[in-house]
Unconditional design. Structure first.
Length: 188
């Protein structure tokens, strides 16, 4: 059974830091996906950058982008989702033509790390479709979500096969280590 974990937290709780730390702790596990982070100028948040785990980076949203779409005061460049986010997930879920063996150990699955399933990212409908496919596939997923409600994230949070972990400033340093111990293949 695949592992499906949502790290739920308020802005500033350390969701991005936790996902990045988890990725750094996993040495024997093939990981794919992306993180997002704030862009600051003169102490103020002016946008968000998206960076794949392979190191490709681009500005996803910025106060200077016209949109559409707009999320709050940010214009969102959906092309970044098409050029970076979707390709970073490619191959994570076994396709019909993949040569998979039912005797493969569960640890042979790729681990998908997504930061985050937020309004900016989900404004790109092909990404939302890809997320739905990942959660339906035999693939391990750890994704961050905001505590605020949203149609897709609420549906995922209520699935019986999804574990929701609340991330706070008090536990954000311990959670990546705990998850790495659970997700890393034994004996490596």
């Amino acid at each position: 059974m695949p592992t499906r974990i949502l790290l739920e937290g308020r802005p500033g709780s350390g969701k991005t830091t936790a996902i990045r730390r988890l990725a750094a702790l996993l040495h024997a596990r093939e990981t794919v996906g992306f993180t997002t982070e704030e862009i600051r100028a003169d102490g103020a948040r002016v946008g968000f950058a998206l960076e794949t785990l392979a190191g490709r980076r681009a500005v996803l949203a910025h106060v200077g982008f016209p949109g559409p779409p707009r999320v709050g005061r940010y214009g969102v460049d959906l092309g970044v989702m098409a050029r970076l986010a979707l390709p970073s997930l490619a191959g994570a879920a076994p396709g019909a033509n993949d040569a998979t063996d039912a005797t493969d150990a569960p640890t042979a699955r790729k681990l998908v790390l997504i930061d985050e399933l937020g309004r900016m990212e989900l404004a790109y409908h092909p990404f939302e479709d890809a997320v739905r496919a990942l959660f339906a596939a035999d693939v391990d997923v750890v994704a961050t979500v905001q505590a605020q409600p949203g149609p897709l994230t609420d549906a995922l949070k209520h699935r019986a096969d999804v574990e929701v972990l609340s991330l706070t400033r008090a536990n954000r340093d311990a959670v990546p280590e705990q998850l790495a111990a659970r997700l890393e293949p034994a004996g490596r």
